[in-house]
Ligand binder design. Sequence first.
Ligand code: HEC
Ligand code: HEC
Ligand code: HEC
Length: 437
Amino acid sequence: MTQTKRTILKVFIGLVVIVAVVAGVRLWQTLDTSRSNAANDSVTLSQFKSDDLEAIKRGQYVMRLGDCSACHTSGNGYMAGGYEVKTPFGSLYSSNITPDPEVGIGNMTERDFFNAVRQGQGSHGFLYPAMPYTAYVNFTDQDMHDLWAYFSTVAPVNHDIDETQDMPFPFNVRLSLAGWNMLFFDNEGIEPDPQQSDEWNRGQYIVDGGGHCSACHGPRNFLGAEISSLYMQGGNLGEWYAPDITSNPHQGIGDMSKEQIMSYLKTGTDGIAVASGPMAEAIEHSTQYFTEEDLGAIATYLKSIPASEEKAPHPALPVTEKMTLSYEVNCSACHGLEGEGIQGMAPAFTNNNVIRADDPTNLIHAMLKGVRAAHTETVQTAAGMPSFAWKMNDQQVADILNYVRNSWGNTAIEVTADQVGSMRESLGARQKLTEAN
Ligand code: HEC
Ligand code: HEC
Ligand code: HEC
């Protein structure tokens, strides 16, 4: 071997060693569970019954901040799991997290519970990030102790869940999630920012922690991890689109007042938009129960999120006489002749960002399957929108949506019949009854 070759080899080996050491340190940091030392490791959940009423009450509130029941309650009993989460890698079912010792989490100690909720290490190994531990990692020790106290009061349900039964090989191999965590999981809770007010810090704690808002509102990469440079700039969930909620006044919520944001999260409407789909669920199960202070904190924090890049307005698409007529016949009774809606019941189409969003998923969804607004303690009559799948073909649905997206001052890119057709198929919506009209 020549001198140069030897030098190259040495440098190469040196590099390999460095990479291995860095990867090892990173892996160790990602999987480190020493934060859970704050928890008790001797009593299991099925043996434990908290008698601290205040802690239980606080824990119930933390459960609502985290919206645990939205994913863990699904017809099998409260917190008994079985909710299907569709991922690009197959369906995953949420776990039974009642204190049942056989099929629930009754054999977990408080420490195991901390590891599962904040670190993504559950009773069968690494958890899939569909369980939002990447946000719950921000929960404080105090909130976790209270959550544990609350779960000790949940009734055990003996219903077995096989979380990965519909996940094909190799995606059902949990060990691969160690690699995912190494790439994407930040195993440290957020620290309050001393430059910001207490209210702002509380807002960030809820939004990025329990609220896991960016789990829906943030775009993800092909491995299912949130793209941090596009924080809150809108995420497509397949059947729904969670819009941009940065402070951008056109695409985001910059033009919503603090009061409007609070009202939307409390009642499901801000007077213009009416929440549907997964947001209606989040409001029903979770945000309607938040205190005024917490809702105010969320609004303050959201309004401080750096605006997404401003897009040039789209040129208006032409609307025809036929479209206008179809709108008046089919939609105006609820959405108003001028797209003004019925306050608090049917959304207005003017000044409504979701209506003009580049991604029309929610609009097509509403047309094909109908939607129901959130049922909350403040707004008890959850208004409904009927399905038009039986009445309109793909082109007719596209036309009427292009009409509302390009009238009364709105401008937006075209919705195509193909987009409607593929959603009709994926939603399993019915076809138009006859092609006569
Ligand atoms: C967006 C849906 C979603 C939300 C919200 C959610 N979970 Fe989960 N959770 C899941 C899924 C899916 C699994 C199964 C993951 C797996 O098996 O890899 C799971 C698993 C778990 C496990 C692990 C159980 C075990 O036996 O290993 C625990 C504990 C848990 N969740 C607690 C909670 C708590 C507490 C909350 C609220 C603070 C919560 N979850 C909110 C979807 C969710
Ligand atoms: C499970 C997914 C999901 C989660 C979690 C979620 N959202 Fe949403 N959000 C949506 C969807 C979908 C919409 C659009 C609803 C519609 O079209 O009516 C929406 C709409 C909104 C809007 C209205 C935007 C507008 O321009 O009208 C606000 C504000 C909002 N969400 C805030 C939040 C906050 C704050 C959180 C966390 C506490 C949160 N969301 C958590 C899915 C979600
Ligand atoms: C009987 C009353 C009624 C009629 C008729 C009606 N809608 Fe709706 N629509 C509603 C209600 C109520 C909602 C809100 C439901 C929700 O938020 O879940 C809604 C929601 C929507 C949404 C979803 C907005 C969002 O936030 O994602 C769209 C788009 C929509 N309607 C379009 C139309 C069009 C187009 C027509 C005519 C073809 C029409 N609607 C006819 C009552 C109606």
